[in-house]
Write a protein that binds this ligand. Sequence first.
Ligand code: PEP
Ligand code: MN
Length: 336
Amino acid sequence: MIIILKETATPEQISELREAMTLRGLIVQDIVGEEKHMMGLAGDTSELSQEGLERYGFVDRVMKVSEPYKLSGRHFHPEDTAVSIAGGSKVGAGSFAVVAGPCSIESEEQILSIARDVKRSGASMLRGGAFKPRSSPYSFQGLGLDGLELLKIAREKTGLPIVTELMSSEYLSEFERDVDVIQIGARNMQNFSLLRDVGRLGKPVLLKRGPSSTIEELLMAADYILHGGKSSVILCERGIRTFETATRNTLDLSAVPVLKKKSHLPVLVDPSHGTGYWDLVFPMALASVAAGADGLIIEVHDRPEFALCDGQQSITPVLFDKLMRNISAVRDAVKN
Ligand code: PEP
Ligand code: MN
């Protein structure tokens, strides 16, 4: 961190500040230019507030030179992380994963049929919401714990690990016992108590980017989970809110290489929520692969027109199968 002092700062004020910083255990290095006096601070400045320092009348500006996230950043962990999934597969560090399934679990027949289809096409995990975060309280809210039971049946019959969203800590123990990858939805990305709670479980967590969150905020949210010391994190770009109305969200594909540069964690892309339209899923899924994503999460429904949630953005098993074949081709092209 660098503190730039005003030209009017007196020697007494400068030594008062130096002493205060030294007392915090920081190493203070003065940089005295012709016009400006600056103070470089080395050590753990995470507890130091930029705004607080700027309240000293003789401080002009404060500049942070290190990132506010640590555990998810590459600085202390340069190599890519591969997250291990129950059943033996991995995501990240060269392992590609496709999570596919309906937005919501609707019935045993529905989830089983879709699970079998996506498995046949090569999906590595099954998704399906049991607890749904809906904008309207009048919309279908999911089957709750009954839905989780149906998802478990689909896992048993297909061998696919299951990914589903936890909306509150109320069902922490059920999710710990039954779910292979716990999804934290976009709307809960900054539910810090929920993040801390899942961080203590020792499970992979699929953390979706908040619709209005910056990349830095996403990585700080990942740090909340990693701080628990047990769970691993898979990041997910799922589109952000912009002025554009032609798509449901604006899929921020540049977030993929940016995240890969800043973080060692695997990055998935969700082109279903990212675009909101089934016919945009195919091209944006391929673009995500070309951008360097470690995997995809895709909504698939066998009868999208009857889906209880997000039918407009769900692709059919037939299109999903075609997509999977094209993903392999793009991955090979990017590798070569
Ligand atoms: C979902 O994946 O079902 C979902 C609700 O996504 P998001 O949290 O990204 O809106
Ligand atoms: Mn959905």
